[in-house]
Write a protein that binds this ligand. Structure first.
Ligand code: SF4
Length: 438
């Protein structure tokens, strides 16, 4: 068995789930490092004697992946490969009691707000002064910035409030301090994330303060791109579009999950918005920020969703011509409002509707990309892979959106740098480009 003396632990942190969880893992890494404990994030072939698994409990597939990962490390522990195994994050928050019973090999389970208790296991303190000094685990030129935690909405299908609690905004001062420190580390692009971005400030400042925050972050030296993820459409503060139009640092990009478009389904989902209001909001966005890229996600197979309701959604997507669309299949989650009704759309129908909706979008995506051929765009280059430098425009977020490919035999760019390119070819999800040599 790997053994190390009491304060000579080496910890490897494993992250599952979304970017919000990744930020939590980065905070765990930062706090452990700040307490002089050796720590890595998802190190291959790690010789760590302690593993922390930061889990996701969002929907069935994510839960399964988290459980399999815990079981995998429980086995490593049994074989003597590690001494201690801790589990934290959403799954652990939601199912702590069951997990303790079913996987007792884990030394301790922690909820999403229990970082200080986790640190105690290492005789480490939670250090407030480290707020804003987060060590990022993403590529060095971009970082996620979580502006709030939790959600006060009551969407019927959503388990997030059960795991993350009520909405708590971080202060503008803390966020600006963190952005400055990230910029010092070389970060040029910030992805603002929250369960519900547009609620920002209502708890802390008694007003929707996202426009104010955006202006403050856009002033931070070194931050060239700021993009917005997960805005809620109802009561959307329209000044956000004005700040976006006025400040070059705010990408003309908005990720706004709409979930559905049929009014009956929206009502059953408790989304507090109608299709007509949604159309008006998107029209306003496009009017105030010409060329804005709108990313949205939809949920198909919600209980009782009829073929006609689904068709209404398809027609809406065909008509609205969003720049980016993602589709999730409904997952029946206990303790949500929707759990009380029957999960009556079959798995096959959910899959079929997901495929059909993506097909509608595929044509739109190709059309939109083809329209970019011949255009000159600013691209931030992330990596080199398979003979190409690969980057993104301001209209594309890492991991989820389109990429720009530059032939590495005939072009050279430094990773993490911006460059001007001309688009020479397009497919549904990729753009091919050449460098503009001025
Ligand atoms: S706004 Fe988002 S996080 Fe909040 S309850 Fe609705 S779906 Fe869940």
């Amino acid at each position: 068995m790997k053994t190390r003396s009491a304060n000579k632990d080496k910890v490897n942190v494993i992250t599952l789930g979304c970017s919000k969880n990744l930020v939590d893992s980065e905070n765990i890494v930062t706090q452990l490092k700040g307490n002089e404990i050796e720590v890595t994030h998802e190190e291959n072939g790690s010789d760590a004697n302690v593993v922390i698994v930061n889990t996701c409990g969002f929907i069935d597939l994510a839960k399964e992946e988290s459980i399999n990962t815990i079981l995998e490390y429980a086995e490593v522990k049994k074989q003597g490969g590690i001494e201690k195994l801790y589990v934290t994050g959403c799954l652990s928050q939601r199912y702590k009691d069951q997990l303790e019973e079913e996987i007792p090999e884990v030394d301790a389970y922690f909820g999403t707000m229990e970082l200080p208790a986790l640190l105690e296991k290492f005789e480490a303190d939670y250090k407030h002064e480290l707020i804003g000094q987060r060590k990022i685990t993403t590529l060095p030129h971009y970082a996620y910035l979580k502006i709030s935690e939790g959600c006060n909405r009551t969407c019927s299908f959503c388990a997030i409030p059960l795991m993350r609690g009520k909405h708590i905004s971080r202060s503008i001062e803390d966020l600006v301090l963190e952005a400055k420190n990230l910029a010092k580390q070389g970060v040029k692009e910030l992805m603002l994330i929250a369960q519900e971005l547009t609620y920002y400030g209502l708890d802390l400042y008694k007003e929707r303060a996202l426009p104010k925050l955006l202006n403050a972050l856009a002033d931070v030296e070194g931050i060239e791109w700021i993009r917005l993820h997960y805005a809620y459409p109802s009561k959307f503060p329209l000044e956000i579009f004005d700040v976006m139009a006025a400040r070059k640092e705010i990408c003309n990009y908005l990720d706004i999950p709409l979930q559905h478009a049929n009014n009956d389904v929206l009502n059953r989902m408790r989304r507090q918005i109608t299709q007509e209001e949604t159309r008006a909001l998107i029209a306003e966005a496009r009017k105030r920020v010409p060329g804005i890229a709108i990313r949205t996600t939809f949920l198909v197979g919600y209980p009782g969703e009829t073929e006609a309701e689904f068709q209404d959604l398809c027609d809406f997507v065909a008509d609205m011509k969003f720049e980016r669309v993602g589709v999730f299949k409904y997952s029946h989650e206990e303790n949500t409002i929707a759990f009380d009704v029957e999960d009556d759309v079959s798995a096959e129908d959910k899959q079929d509707r997901s495929n059909r909706l993506m097909e509608v979008q595929q044509h739109i995506s190709l059309e939109k990309n083809e329209a970019l051929v011949g255009k000159k765009l600013k691209v931030l280059f992330d990596r080199k892979e398979g003979g190409h430098f690969i980057g993104r425009t301001e209209f594309d977020s890492p991991e989820v959106d389109n990429e720009v490919l530059l032939d590495a035999d005939n072009n050279y760019v430094r990773l993490g740098d911006f460059a001007e390119v001309e688009i020479i070819e397009a497919t549904e999800y990729d753009l091919f480009a050449k460098l503009i040599n001025e």
